[in-house]
Design a protein. Sequence first.
Length: 225
Amino acid sequence: MSLDTITHAGLVLWGHPITWIEILGNVFGMASAVGGMRRRVWAWPVGIIGNVLLFVLFLGTGPQHVTLLGQVGRQVMFAVVSVYGWVRWSRSRGSGGAGVVPRLAGWRVRLVLLATAAVGVAALTPLFRALGSYEPVWADAWIFTGSVLATYAMARGWVEFWLIWIAVDAVGVPTLLHGGYYPSATLYLIYGGFVIWGFVVWLRVSRTESATGSASVPATAEAGR
């Protein structure tokens, strides 16, 4: 079976081709997000599997033939940062199997994240445009930059990483719809509601841990078990 056959296999819904690679890549991505909300170490390797599938997809190998270099680079950086998060959470795993104790990053870190985001978008936009990325290129650059920052912040256990994801989703949904990646856009919409829930859960946990000084996992964070 050729690579072309694999990357084009899928369904046609309402006249739009949807490949199995895109579907499975996003299923693994959602599973990783659920694991991240629950602070489970397995969220990282599951996410890497999704990264590999979506890396192939966004190279333009599917029936859309739309190359999104920000999304391609995003999958590579996801995998790299995920290895870091996987190791970090494995080493700091506490009671109840939680891989990290959530905490607020503070204003100094927030300002650094904002500055990094601005520099990243400004630097990557002309680079992605020169490489032939899909317009609007600044959106592709932000999706890449924001995703890297959010994944790194998640590995560090900063509650604010959920807010970065909200900003990524706000740009990612219309960009993916415009490129014809409908399952991915749908996942982003679902993920938007999930991200708000995850932010509330992590914020509650961070406040509980701060008040008790304990590494135990409160019932609100474990409700999905």
